[in-house]
Design a protein around this ligand. Sequence first.
Ligand code: ADE
Length: 221
Amino acid sequence: MRIDILTLFPSMFDGFLNESIIKRAIDKKLVEINVINFRDYSLDPHHKVDDTPYGGGAGMVLTPQPIMDAVDDIKTKESRVILLTPDGKRYNQQMAYDLSQEKHLIIICGHYEGFDDRIRSIVDIELSIGDYVLTGGEIPSMVIADSITRLLDGVIDKDSHLNDSFNNNLLDYPTYTKPRVYRGMEVPSVLLSGNHAEIEKYRQQEALKRTRDRRPDLLEK
Ligand code: ADE
């Protein structure tokens, strides 16, 4: 899987790409993530990428040329082009699974007050990571690249993501590690019993209980 991220702020990705599971996935060539500064595609003599909005209004708007030329340059028949915007479709775990099957994603990070609406004409999917407005698409693009990368074969143990929250519309069951008693709080005894059928039953019940308490909307699905 290759993920190309178009941004005006490439250094925001330094930590993301150089730590932990994402770094290991890149090193093992399980994913290729390229961060591309679309300012490099600007045909303006001063490499301008934004301008004032037609009709007036506050702030600057990203012009279509640098982004659309960058996409034309890197797009292949196998590419899916994603635009990050608060008015996109709300992202979820099922979309992460679906996108993890793709070969090439191009993710466009918007910034400033917005982007020229004509950019939408070259986009396959518009995504929002939630009902709040961020200063740009960089953090959402990391959210999406991270959630997809961890699902790729060999990145993490398959059992780990089979038990993820949101699989089967259930939240995760509670987990514990050593010590057995901490600040007076004991690990549930069934987990120490060695009875795998009972442990499985306990975990299913707890997952259901947690979902009912915290996210009853998931059970209605
Ligand atoms: N850009 C700004 N806010 C965003 C959000 N919530 N989701 C995706 N892109 C965004």
